[in-house]
Design a protein around this ligand. Structure first.
Ligand code: GLV
Ligand code: MN
Ligand code: MN
Length: 431
């Protein structure tokens, strides 16, 4: 199918406003960024709390729909709640898709996710300004619940679509207040009975390219604004339930206690030790305690381990070592321990041909080689890589900080990311 963009538009080499198909001015990168900035931002922490199917999420979704409509793109929500904005015929096949996510971790930064979505709309505006002819359909996507902050499982929207999460598993997901995913979707006006694998949709996509803020400092150290992803470390989440006996904090002798907090604390230290030994990472970043009273010995300490390593064997060794240590500590304190793997994503090696094509497209005018980087962070592009060719672009992050309100990227670097994405989309959509 041949899709010709509307007549060449006056545009932006610098993120300046563009003009949509109906002759309306479309918001610039900076305007889109400013509009999204207050949504879901906590006034005290300055961090974002954009959790799946909440009010903040709904505001982000409304913003996405507005951007699609402002550009005359065909807007749709798929069976799993992912949002799509299409230029050209979605059923034509071999589509070039870009996008990312708009949800956040608890007190996340502004860039992780939204940079990819805002850059996608800005890149499309740039291409229209260049008068680019598209020989393939192009789409921008906002994948739902990428961070898994509310229901504990990351990339729910893309996992469902790719058939990596069954409907039964998804229906069992429950948030900290006991609200299940189906009830949360219903409350947000979506049909939880419609969810499930969507191979027909994936079969229509020729390539997916996700732009993302770098979550490390490799580009800062190499002095590059933009990089290309090579691989994602294998990673997973494990729940450790330490069960002891609730009792009075003032009257129970130390020797009589079965305090699960002790085994938990020792396990946190073991995680650090095992990860350091293996050159991997391991983090207990979330904990829940029952009954959670200052003057009560806990009956239950539930801690979630996130661990990642360069290869599967190393990750198995690290998590195996942590679990072994946890069992020894639990035995020593009379604690019952259950360890449950809640999610796992194997190593992702991004499609080599697509990666090389991105390198060629980005280097063709300058002759420069764009750095290729691995990452320990998970992404929807990683989930989809099992089904379709996927690639990622990273934009420099001067501090490397991410999943924190301090996450940052310079405006010039963001705009360089938009240009790079436009070059890539142009090259992929014209062949
Ligand atoms: C998502 O950002 C993850 O890596 O956990
Ligand atoms: Mn993230
Ligand atoms: Mn992300």
């Amino acid at each position: 199918m041949t899709q010709r963009s509307a007549a060449p538009r006056p545009v932006r080499a610098d993120g300046a406003p563009s003009v949509g198909p109906a002759g309306h001015r479309t918001p610039s990168f900076q305007e889109m960024w400013r509009e999204l900035l207050p949504v879901g931002r906590h006034p005290d922490s300055g961090g974002y709390r954009r959790y799946a199917w909440t009010g903040a999420d709904a505001e982000c979704r409304a913003w996405f729909k507005e951007q699609a409509e402002a550009r005359g793109l065909a807007y749709e929500v798929d069976r799993n709640g992912n949002q799509w904005a299409w230029l050209g015929d979605p059923t034509a096949g071999d589509a070039v898709v870009t996008g990312s996510h708009l949800d956040s971790v608890p007190d996340g930064g502004a860039f992780d996710g939204p940079l990819g979505v805002v850059s996608s709309f800005a890149a499309l505006d740039e291409l229209r300004g260049r008068g680019t002819r598209f020989d393939k359909p192009l789409a921008i996507v906002n994948f739902g619940d990428e961070e898994g902050a509310r229901f504990g499982l990351a990339c729910v929207g893309s996992r469902l679509t790719a058939g990596q999460l069954t409907v039964e598993q998804a229906h069992r997901l429950t948030d900290a207040d006991g609200v299940t995913l189906p009830r949360a979707m219903e409350a947000a006006g979506y049909d939880p009975d419609a969810i499930g694998a969507d191979p027909e949709r994936l079969a229509r996509i020729g390539a997916f390219v996700e732009l993302h803020v770098e979550q490390g400092r490799a580009l800062d150290l190499s002095g590059d604004r933009v990089g290309i992803a090579s691989a994602i470390w294998p990673h997973g989440r494990w729940r450790f339930d330490f069960r002891g006996e609730a009792n009075h904090a003032g009257t129970t002798r130390l020797v009589d206690r079965r305090d699960p907090m002790l085994s938990y604390a020792e396990t946190v230290l073991a995680a650090r030790r095992e990860a350091a030994l293996a050159g991997a990472v391991a983090t207990f970043g979330k904990i829940s305690v029952e009954p959670n009273g200052v003057n009560a010995i806990p009956s239950l300490v539930r801690g979630w381990l996130d661990s990642r390593a360069a290869d599967q064997g190393t990750l198995d060794t690290v998590v195996g070592g942590i679990e072994k240590a946890a069992r020894e500590y639990a035995d020593a304190h009379g604690i019952d321990l259950d360890v449950v793997r809640e999610s796992f994503t194997p190593v992702v090696e991004f499609d080599h041909a697509l990666r090389d094509e991105l390198g060629r497209l980005l280097g063709k005018d300058t002759g420069l080689t764009v750095p290729v980087l691995g990452t320990g962070a998970g992404h929807d592009a990683g989930i989809l890589s099992g089904s379709i060719p996927t690639a990622m672009l990273f934009v420099r992050n001067p501090t490397g900080v991410s999943h924190s309100p301090a996450e940052s990227a310079a405006e010039d670097d963001c705009l360089a990311g938009v240009h790079a994405l436009a070059d890539v989309l142009e090259g992929l959509a014209r062949t």
